[in-house]
Design a protein around this ligand. Structure first.
Ligand code: ADP
Ligand code: ZN
Ligand code: ZN
Length: 719
C-alpha cells in the first residue's frame, strides 16, 4: 500500500497522510490532490510516497481527486520546499501554498500550452466589406502569427477565428518550441575583469558554485549576466534572474529581451493572476528561456535550469516580510546547490553576510573595479548642516550646486527617504503632537491629500485646523518629499520637476512615465525616496543630493549603518554614469561621524571591512545567527507575559543565548502590543533546536491565549 504524504495549507507543522484515490493512477510527488480535511476540501501538494503511516489504517482516507497528470514540481524543487519549511520553521503546507500561483492553489488546472494562430494570407477585399471582423482578424494575423494567450487579440476573437479555420484561411496549431535560443546579439567588448567573471561562471555550468559579483554601480555587472546568460541559452539551458522590485527595473527586462532575443517571462506581484500563471507555466514547460522575477520566483519550476542570477543581492526587498518570511537570495543559493548549477550574486554594496562568505571562500569573489569607457566615479562632499542650516531641507551649498548643474544642462536627483509633506505635526504653544492612536508613532502630514496618515498601520484621519488641546496653530516639523517638491517649485520656477515615491506612483504605469521623463531629459529635477536608488540608469544626471543622512546614523538596529552605507553608495552611483563627471552632496549634522568618514575615504569596501570587524567583536551576524520569536496581543503585557513564560519553560540548548523578552522597539503597532524574544547562536543547529522547542511548547502555555506569535529566522530588522 502506498501512502501519499501531502502538504496542506494549515497551521500545523507536518505533512498529512492519505491513501491513493479509489480509481486512476497513483498521484506522483509534485502533483496536486484535493483532500478531505475536517470540513474543508483543500488542495494539497503530494510531497512524497511512503510505505507506512503512523495513523491506523481505518483513519486513513483516500484523496478525493488527483488534479495533475504531470508533477508541477520536480524532485529538486520539492527538496527546496522541504528545506524552506524546516529552515524557516513554517508548515510545509504554507510553503507549498507560497510556491504555487493563486489559481493553482485554488485547484484550477494548469493552463493548456498556448496555441499559435496564423493566417495563410491577408483578407481578400470583398471580405473587408462583407465580414469586417473576420477581415480585421485575418489582417492582424497576416502581419505575424499570435499566441492564443496574446492580450492584443480582440475580444471574442475565438469565434471569429473558428469561422476562418472552417474556411481554411487560418491555422491553429500548438506553439512550436523555439528551435534555438542562440539568438543573442553581441554587446560591448568586455573588459578583462568582466571576461574573467564570465569565464568563471561558464566554467562551473553543470555544477554548483556561488559567486559574489562585487562591482560599483555602472561597472558592467549586467553585461556579465547577459554574456553568461547568452552562453547558457546557446546550450539550451534556462536562466533565472531575481531582482528586488521589478516595477522599478523595467529597463532590466527590456535589456534582457533585446539582447538575448528570446522569450523572457516576468513574475511579480504587479501582474494579474492569469498573466502570472502563464509566465509560471512557460518557465515550467521550458517555453520561457529567461525568467525574471521578484523573491517568490525563487520557487518557480524550470524545465532545464542552467544559471541563477540575484541582482542587487543586498536589497532588503529580496526578503519576504509577511506570511512565509524568507530570503529570496538565500533560497536562490540553496536552490542552485540542490540543482547543481551556478548562482551569481551581484551588487555594488554587497551584504556583509555575502562579503563574509566570500572572505572565507564559501563564495567565489569576482570584482569589477572600474567603470567602462570614460565614465568616472563621482566626487562626494559632505555639507555640514550645523554651518549651513537647511531651510525646508535645502542648504546654501546644495542650492548653489543645483543652480550650477542646471545651468550647464545637467539633471539633479534629490534623495529623501520620507514621503508625505512632514513627518510630524505639532503645536508650538503647548507641545501637543499628532500621534497615531494605534501605534507608538506620529502621523505623517500629507498636505496635498489633506490627511494625517500613519505609515506603520495605515490609519488616517483629517487634519485638525488648530491644536485640540489649546487652540493654537499647528506646525509641520521636518520635511518629506512632498514638502521638498513644493520648496523646489518655488525656488526653481519653470524647471521641470518630478517626484517618485509610493504616493506619486500609485497609478499603473506611473513609475515608467516618471523614469522615462528623467531619462529623456524632460525632467530636470527628480525628488524621491529609495525607489529611485535602485539600479536605474540616468545618463544625464550630474548632481545627486542626499537631503539628510542622519536618520540612519544613530539607528537602534545593528544593521542601520549597513543600510545607510548601502543607500548612500547606491544613490551616489546615480551620478555621472555617462561621460560627464558626477557630483554628490550629502547633507548631515555629523560630518565627523566615522561611518561617513570611512565611506568617503575608502568607499564601501573600507566601510564593510570595519563594520565586519565591529560585528565580529560584538558577536552579531554574520558572526552569529539570530532568530526572533515575535508575539503580539490586543491587550498590553499579554505578549510579554507569554514570552516570559516560554522562556521559563523551554530548555534552551547549549550555546544558544536568549535575550529578552523585551517590548518591541515600537511596542504598540496597529492596535496591538508587541514583544520579542531574541535567540542568538554561533551554530545553526542549536538555533533550530531552540526554535523547535519553543514552537512545541508555545501552544501548551496558558499564557498563549489571545496571543499571536511567529518565528523569524535571520531577521533583517530587530524592530
Ligand atoms: P551595472 O549592472 O554594474 O550597473 P551595466 O552592465 O549596466 O553596469 O553597465 C553600465 C553601462 O556601461 C551600460 O550602459 C553598459 O552597456 C556599459 N558597459 C558595460 N560593460 C561595458 C564594456 N565592457 N564596454 C563598454 N560599455 C560597457
Ligand atoms: Zn497646543
Ligand atoms: Zn498607526
Amino acid at each position: 500500500m502506498t501512502i501519499l504524504r501531502v502538504a496542506v495549507d494549515a497551521p500545523l507543522d507536518t505533512l498529512f497522510d492519505y491513501l491513493a484515490p479509489a480509481a486512476g493512477p497513483l498521484p506522483a510527488p509534485g502533483t496536486r490532490v484535493r483532500v478531505p480535511f475536517g470540513r474543508r476540501r483543500p488542495v494539497g501538494l503530494v510531497m512524497e510516497h511512503a510505505a507506512t503511516s503512523d495513523l491506523s489504517p481505518e483513519r486513513l482516507k483516500p484523496v478525493l481527486e488527483a488534479l495533475d497528470e504531470e508533477p508541477l514540481f520536480d524532485p529538486t524543487l520539492l527538496q527546496l520546499l522541504t528545506w524552506t519549511a524546516r529552515y524557516y520553521h513554517e508548515p510545509p503546507g504554507s510553503v507549498a501554498a507560497a510556491a504555487l500561483p493563486a489559481p493553482l492553489r485554488q485547484g484550477k488546472p494548469l493552463p493548456e500550452p498556448p496555441t499559435r494562430v496564423s493566417a495563410r494570407g491577408p483578407a481578400p477585399e470583398e471580405m473587408t466589406r462583407r465580414a469586417p471582423r473576420q477581415a480585421a482578424l485575418l489582417d492582424l494575423l497576416a502581419a505575424g502569427p499570435r499566441r492564443t494567450d496574446d492580450p492584443e487579440l480582440p475580444a471574442g476573437w475565438r469565434a471569429t477565428a473558428a469561422r476562418l479555420v472552417a474556411r481554411g484561411l487560418v491555422d491553429m496549431e500548438p506553439e512550436p518550441a523555439a528551435a534555438s535560443w542562440d539568438m543573442a546579439t553581441p554587446g560591448p567588448q568586455l573588459n578583462a575583469a568582466q571576461e574573467q567573471a564570465v569565464a568563471e561562471v561558464l566554467a562551473s555550468l553543470g555544477s554548483f558554485s556561488a559567486r559574489l559579483l562585487f562591482g560599483v554601480t555602472g561597472s558592467g555587472k549586467t553585461e556579465v549576466y547577459l554574456t553568461a546568460a547568452a552562453e547558457c541559452l546557446r546550450r539550451g539551458l534556462q536562466v533565472l534572474v531575481l531582482v528586488p522590485e521589478i516595477g522599478l527595473t523595467p529597463q532590466l527586462v527590456e535589456r534582457f529581451s533585446a539582447r538575448l532575443g528570446v522569450p523572457v517571462a516576468t513574475l511579480h506581484s504587479g501582474l494579474g493572476a492569469s498573466a502570472r500563471l502563464a509566465a509560471w507555466a512557460d518557465a515550467r514547460s521550458g517555453r520561457a528561456a529567461v525568467v525574471i522575477g521578484t523573491r517568490s520566483a525563487a520557487f518557480v519550476p524550470l524545465a532545464r535550469p542552467g544559471l541563477i542570477v540575484v541582482d542587487e543581492e543586498h536589497d532588503p526587498s529580496l526578503r519576504q516580510h509577511e506570511g512565509l518570511r524568507y530570503s529570496g537570495r538565500d533560497l536562490a543559493v540553496m536552490r542552485a546547490s540542490l540543482s547543481a548549477i551556478p548562482v551569481v550574486l551581484g551588487s555594488a554594496t554587497p551584504s556583509l553576510e555575502s562579503l563574509r562568505h566570500a572572505g572565507e571562500g564559501r563564495y567565489a569573489l569576482a570584482r569589477l573595479p572600474e567603470r567602462p569607457g570614460a565614465a568616472r566615479h563621482p566626487t562626494v562632499r559632505l555639507v555640514d548642516l550645523r554651518r549651513h542650516p537647511a531651510g525646508e531641507g535645502l542648504s546654501g551649498p546644495l542650492l548653489q550646486a543645483m543652480t550650477r548643474h542646471l545651468d550647464s544642462a545637467g539633471q539633479v536627483l534629490l534623495f529623501l527617504n520620507r514621503r508625505g509633506f512632514a513627518p510630524a505635526l505639532f503645536c508650538a504653544s503647548c507641545g501637543w503632537s499628532a500621534d497615531c492612536r494605534h501605534c507608538d508613532a506620529r502621523y505623517t502630514w500629507h498636505r496635498r491629500a489633506g490627511r494625517l496618515r500613519c505609515h506603520h498601520c495605515g490609519h488616517e484621519m483629517g487634519v485638525p485646523s488648530a491644536c485640540p488641546d489649546c487652540g493654537a496653530d499647528l506646525r509641520p516639523a521636518g520635511e518629506g518629499t512632498e514638502r521638498l517638491e513644493e520648496a523646489l517649485a518655488r525656488r526653481f520656477p519653470g524647471v521641470a520637476l518630478a517626484r517618485i515615491d509610493r504616493d506619486s506612483t500609485r497609478r499603473r504605469g506611473a513609475v515608467d512615465r516618471i523614469l522615462d521623463d528623467v531619462r529623456d531629459g524632460r525632467t530636470r529635477i527628480l525628488v524621491g525616496t529609495q525607489m529611485m536608488a535602485k539600479g536605474h540608469d540616468f545618463p544625464g544626471v550630474t548632481l545627486v543630493g542626499v537631503i539628510n543622512a542622519d536618520q540612519g546614523l544613530f539607528g537602534t538596529d545593528f544593521r542601520a549603518s549597513e543600510r545607510l552605507a548601502q543607500t548612500l553608495v547606491q544613490v551616489a552611483g546615480r551620478a555621472g554614469r555617462a561621460d560627464r563627471p558626477g557630483e554628490v552632496l550629502v547633507q548631515t549634522s555629523y560630518p565627523e561621524h566615522p561611518l561617513l568618514q570611512r565611506l568617503l575615504e575608502g568607499g564601501y569596501e573600507a566601510f564593510a571591512e570595519a563594520t565586519l570587524e565591529e560585528r565580529r567583536a560584538a558577536g552579531w551576524p554574520p558572526y552569529s545567527h539570530l532568530a526572533l520569536l515575535r508575539a503580539d496581543a490586543s491587550q498590553p503585557q499579554r505578549a510579554m507575559a507569554f514570552l516570559a513564560a516560554l522562556r521559563g519553560t523551554v530548555e534552551f540548548p547549549q550555546g544558544v543565548t536568549v535575550l529578552g523578552p523585551a517590548p518591541a522597539p515600537m511596542e504598540k503597532s496597529g492596535g496591538r502590543w508587541r514583544a520579542q524574544l531574541l535567540l542568538q547562536s554561533a551554530a545553526r543547529p542549536g538555533l533550530h533546536g531552540a526554535l523547535d522547542a519553543c514552537l512545541r511548547a508555545a501552544p501548551e502555555l496558558a499564557e498563549s491565549k489571545g496571543v499571536r506569535w511567529f518565528v523569524e529566522v535571520d531577521p533583517q530588522d530587530l524592530f
